[in-house]
Design a protein around this ligand. Structure first.
Ligand code: SF4
Length: 252
Protein backbone atom coordinates (compact mmCIF):
# COMPACT_ATOMS: atom_id res chain seq x y z
CA UNK A 1 0.00 0.00 0.00
CA UNK A 2 1.33 3.42 -0.97
CA UNK A 3 0.57 6.27 1.42
CA UNK A 4 0.51 9.90 0.32
CA UNK A 5 0.78 12.40 3.16
CA UNK A 6 0.46 15.65 1.24
CA UNK A 7 1.15 17.38 -2.04
CA UNK A 8 1.89 21.01 -2.70
CA UNK A 9 3.23 23.28 -5.40
CA UNK A 10 6.09 25.47 -4.29
CA UNK A 11 9.73 26.16 -5.03
CA UNK A 12 12.47 23.70 -4.19
CA UNK A 13 13.83 25.03 -0.90
CA UNK A 14 17.16 23.25 -0.65
CA UNK A 15 19.94 21.43 -2.49
CA UNK A 16 21.18 21.71 -6.05
CA UNK A 17 17.88 22.81 -7.58
CA UNK A 18 16.93 25.40 -4.97
CA UNK A 19 14.47 27.94 -6.31
CA UNK A 20 13.02 25.67 -9.05
CA UNK A 21 9.21 25.63 -9.14
CA UNK A 22 8.30 22.08 -8.18
CA UNK A 23 5.29 19.94 -7.41
CA UNK A 24 5.98 18.01 -4.22
CA UNK A 25 4.57 14.61 -3.32
CA UNK A 26 5.25 13.63 0.28
CA UNK A 27 4.95 9.89 0.80
CA UNK A 28 4.29 8.28 4.17
CA UNK A 29 6.62 5.90 5.97
CA UNK A 30 10.37 5.61 6.43
CA UNK A 31 12.90 2.91 7.25
CA UNK A 32 14.45 5.20 9.91
CA UNK A 33 13.28 7.36 12.81
CA UNK A 34 16.11 9.88 13.26
CA UNK A 35 15.11 10.76 16.81
CA UNK A 36 18.42 12.59 17.18
CA UNK A 37 16.97 15.49 15.23
CA UNK A 38 14.85 16.21 18.27
CA UNK A 39 11.69 17.47 16.55
CA UNK A 40 8.41 16.79 18.34
CA UNK A 41 5.02 16.52 16.64
CA UNK A 42 1.75 16.05 18.48
CA UNK A 43 -0.83 13.54 17.29
CA UNK A 44 -4.55 14.41 17.27
CA UNK A 45 -4.87 12.93 20.77
CA UNK A 46 -1.94 14.98 22.10
CA UNK A 47 0.71 12.23 22.11
CA UNK A 48 4.15 13.73 21.51
CA UNK A 49 6.21 11.88 18.88
CA UNK A 50 9.96 12.45 18.60
CA UNK A 51 11.75 12.41 15.26
CA UNK A 52 12.85 14.56 12.34
CA UNK A 53 11.14 17.67 11.00
CA UNK A 54 8.80 15.45 8.94
CA UNK A 55 7.97 12.99 11.70
CA UNK A 56 4.30 13.38 10.70
CA UNK A 57 5.26 11.60 7.45
CA UNK A 58 7.46 8.99 9.11
CA UNK A 59 5.54 7.34 11.93
CA UNK A 60 2.87 5.10 10.44
CA UNK A 61 1.83 4.10 13.93
CA UNK A 62 0.96 7.64 15.00
CA UNK A 63 0.02 9.55 11.86
CA UNK A 64 -1.15 7.17 9.10
CA UNK A 65 -4.84 7.82 9.77
CA UNK A 66 -4.22 11.24 8.19
CA UNK A 67 -2.48 9.73 5.15
CA UNK A 68 -4.26 8.92 1.87
CA UNK A 69 -4.08 5.30 0.66
CA UNK A 70 -3.23 5.17 -3.03
CA UNK A 71 -4.89 2.41 -5.06
CA UNK A 72 -3.55 3.18 -8.54
CA UNK A 73 -1.12 5.39 -10.44
CA UNK A 74 -3.87 7.57 -11.87
CA UNK A 75 -4.73 8.82 -8.37
CA UNK A 76 -1.22 10.21 -8.10
CA UNK A 77 -1.27 11.59 -11.64
CA UNK A 78 -4.58 13.33 -10.94
CA UNK A 79 -2.78 15.52 -8.41
CA UNK A 80 -1.21 17.39 -11.33
CA UNK A 81 -4.67 18.54 -12.41
CA UNK A 82 -5.30 20.21 -9.04
CA UNK A 83 -2.78 22.97 -9.70
CA UNK A 84 -2.10 25.52 -12.39
CA UNK A 85 1.31 24.25 -13.41
CA UNK A 86 3.83 25.21 -16.08
CA UNK A 87 4.39 22.57 -18.74
CA UNK A 88 6.45 19.59 -17.53
CA UNK A 89 6.95 21.10 -14.09
CA UNK A 90 9.66 19.54 -11.93
CA UNK A 91 8.41 16.84 -9.59
CA UNK A 92 9.93 16.23 -6.16
CA UNK A 93 9.24 12.94 -4.39
CA UNK A 94 9.92 13.18 -0.70
CA UNK A 95 8.74 11.78 2.59
CA UNK A 96 9.34 10.02 4.84
CA UNK A 97 11.42 7.90 2.52
CA UNK A 98 9.89 7.64 -0.98
CA UNK A 99 12.12 4.71 -1.96
CA UNK A 100 10.30 2.37 0.42
CA UNK A 101 7.91 2.17 -2.57
CA UNK A 102 10.70 1.72 -5.15
CA UNK A 103 9.49 -1.68 -6.39
CA UNK A 104 5.74 -1.05 -6.16
CA UNK A 105 4.07 -1.41 -9.60
CA UNK A 106 1.80 1.59 -8.91
CA UNK A 107 4.80 3.73 -8.07
CA UNK A 108 6.74 2.56 -11.15
CA UNK A 109 3.78 3.33 -13.43
CA UNK A 110 3.50 6.81 -11.90
CA UNK A 111 7.20 7.47 -12.60
CA UNK A 112 6.98 6.12 -16.16
CA UNK A 113 4.10 8.41 -17.08
CA UNK A 114 5.85 11.43 -15.55
CA UNK A 115 9.04 10.72 -17.49
CA UNK A 116 7.06 10.13 -20.71
CA UNK A 117 5.48 13.55 -20.21
CA UNK A 118 8.87 15.24 -19.87
CA UNK A 119 8.98 15.95 -16.13
CA UNK A 120 12.23 16.01 -14.21
CA UNK A 121 11.85 13.87 -11.10
CA UNK A 122 13.98 14.37 -8.00
CA UNK A 123 13.97 11.85 -5.18
CA UNK A 124 14.78 13.17 -1.76
CA UNK A 125 16.13 10.02 -0.19
CA UNK A 126 18.24 8.94 2.76
CA UNK A 127 20.26 6.84 0.29
CA UNK A 128 20.00 3.61 2.26
CA UNK A 129 17.51 1.70 0.11
CA UNK A 130 18.72 0.24 -3.13
CA UNK A 131 17.19 0.88 -6.53
CA UNK A 132 17.08 -1.72 -9.30
CA UNK A 133 18.08 0.31 -12.36
CA UNK A 134 18.07 -2.74 -14.63
CA UNK A 135 14.63 -3.98 -13.67
CA UNK A 136 13.17 -0.43 -13.65
CA UNK A 137 15.06 1.70 -16.21
CA UNK A 138 12.81 4.66 -15.41
CA UNK A 139 15.09 5.35 -12.44
CA UNK A 140 17.92 6.13 -14.87
CA UNK A 141 15.92 9.22 -15.86
CA UNK A 142 15.60 10.46 -12.26
CA UNK A 143 17.64 12.77 -10.04
CA UNK A 144 18.57 11.74 -6.51
CA UNK A 145 19.31 14.05 -3.60
CA UNK A 146 21.25 11.67 -1.35
CA UNK A 147 20.54 12.93 2.12
CA UNK A 148 22.61 10.28 3.87
CA UNK A 149 22.09 10.51 7.61
CA UNK A 150 24.92 11.43 9.97
CA UNK A 151 25.43 10.27 13.55
CA UNK A 152 23.38 13.26 14.77
CA UNK A 153 20.34 11.31 13.53
CA UNK A 154 21.09 8.65 16.19
CA UNK A 155 20.55 5.90 13.60
CA UNK A 156 23.16 3.08 13.61
CA UNK A 157 26.02 3.46 11.11
CA UNK A 158 25.31 0.13 9.38
CA UNK A 159 21.76 1.25 8.65
CA UNK A 160 22.35 4.83 7.56
CA UNK A 161 25.51 4.43 5.42
CA UNK A 162 25.17 1.78 2.71
CA UNK A 163 28.18 2.20 0.46
CA UNK A 164 26.94 -0.16 -2.26
CA UNK A 165 23.62 1.67 -2.44
CA UNK A 166 25.23 5.11 -2.61
CA UNK A 167 27.56 3.93 -5.38
CA UNK A 168 24.75 2.26 -7.31
CA UNK A 169 22.50 5.31 -7.25
CA UNK A 170 25.25 7.83 -7.98
CA UNK A 171 26.55 5.71 -10.88
CA UNK A 172 23.22 5.00 -12.57
CA UNK A 173 20.96 7.99 -11.99
CA UNK A 174 20.62 10.90 -14.42
CA UNK A 175 21.93 13.13 -11.65
CA UNK A 176 22.80 12.64 -7.99
CA UNK A 177 24.23 14.84 -5.26
CA UNK A 178 24.82 14.57 -1.55
CA UNK A 179 22.78 16.74 0.79
CA UNK A 180 23.56 16.84 4.49
CA UNK A 181 21.79 18.50 7.42
CA UNK A 182 24.46 19.80 9.78
CA UNK A 183 24.33 21.55 13.14
CA UNK A 184 27.06 23.80 14.55
CA UNK A 185 27.92 21.32 17.30
CA UNK A 186 28.67 18.44 14.89
CA UNK A 187 31.22 20.55 13.01
CA UNK A 188 33.48 20.36 16.05
CA UNK A 189 32.74 16.71 16.77
CA UNK A 190 34.39 14.72 14.01
CA UNK A 191 32.12 15.77 11.17
CA UNK A 192 34.92 15.67 8.61
CA UNK A 193 35.63 12.01 9.31
CA UNK A 194 31.95 11.20 9.17
CA UNK A 195 31.54 12.87 5.80
CA UNK A 196 34.67 11.19 4.41
CA UNK A 197 33.27 7.83 5.39
CA UNK A 198 30.21 8.54 3.23
CA UNK A 199 31.81 10.44 0.35
CA UNK A 200 34.39 7.72 -0.32
CA UNK A 201 31.60 5.68 -1.90
CA UNK A 202 31.15 8.26 -4.65
CA UNK A 203 33.96 10.82 -4.46
CA UNK A 204 32.99 12.79 -7.56
CA UNK A 205 29.40 13.44 -6.46
CA UNK A 206 28.78 17.05 -5.45
CA UNK A 207 28.14 17.91 -1.81
CA UNK A 208 25.55 20.35 -0.46
CA UNK A 209 25.46 21.14 3.26
CA UNK A 210 22.34 22.60 4.85
CA UNK A 211 21.84 24.05 8.33
CA UNK A 212 20.00 21.57 10.56
CA UNK A 213 16.78 22.72 12.16
CA UNK A 214 13.06 22.16 12.23
CA UNK A 215 12.33 25.87 12.57
CA UNK A 216 13.69 29.20 11.41
CA UNK A 217 15.51 29.97 14.65
CA UNK A 218 17.47 26.69 14.66
CA UNK A 219 18.33 27.06 10.98
CA UNK A 220 19.62 30.59 11.56
CA UNK A 221 21.76 29.49 14.52
CA UNK A 222 23.48 26.80 12.46
CA UNK A 223 23.93 28.85 9.30
CA UNK A 224 27.10 30.86 9.88
CA UNK A 225 29.21 28.07 11.40
CA UNK A 226 28.18 25.86 8.50
CA UNK A 227 29.11 28.48 5.90
CA UNK A 228 32.57 28.71 7.47
CA UNK A 229 32.87 24.90 7.34
CA UNK A 230 31.84 24.85 3.66
CA UNK A 231 34.39 27.56 2.83
CA UNK A 232 37.19 25.49 4.35
CA UNK A 233 36.13 22.18 2.79
CA UNK A 234 34.97 23.50 -0.60
CA UNK A 235 31.46 22.09 -0.19
CA UNK A 236 28.39 23.91 -1.44
CA UNK A 237 26.27 25.63 1.18
CA UNK A 238 22.55 25.14 0.65
CA UNK A 239 20.05 27.24 2.50
CA UNK A 240 16.73 25.81 3.64
CA UNK A 241 14.69 28.46 1.96
CA UNK A 242 11.28 27.03 2.82
CA UNK A 243 12.05 27.02 6.57
CA UNK A 244 13.60 30.47 6.45
CA UNK A 245 10.55 31.87 4.65
CA UNK A 246 7.68 29.79 6.04
CA UNK A 247 9.22 28.55 9.32
CA UNK A 248 7.37 25.48 10.66
CA UNK A 249 4.38 25.76 8.31
CA UNK A 250 3.72 22.57 6.37
CA UNK A 251 2.69 22.17 2.75
CA UNK A 252 4.70 25.11 1.40
S1 SF4 B 1 15.50 9.27 7.04
FE1 SF4 B 1 14.71 11.33 6.62
S2 SF4 B 1 12.45 11.15 6.66
FE2 SF4 B 1 13.30 9.27 7.59
S3 SF4 B 1 13.28 9.73 9.76
FE3 SF4 B 1 15.33 10.30 9.00
S4 SF4 B 1 15.20 12.48 8.45
FE4 SF4 B 1 13.10 11.71 8.71
Amino acid sequence: MIYLVEHFYSIQGEGKYVGTPSLFFRFGGCNMKCEGFGCIEKTDDGTEVLGCDTVYAVSKEHFSKNWASIENAQELLNVLNLYELPEAVDIVLTGGEPLIYANDPIFIKFLEVLVENGHNITFETNGSLNVDFDEYPVYRECFFALSVKLSNSHEPLSKRVRGDTIYNIASNAKDAFFKFSIDAESINLGLEEELSEILQHSPKTKVYCMPLGGNKEEVELNTEPLIEFCKVKGYNFSDRLHIRIWDINKGV
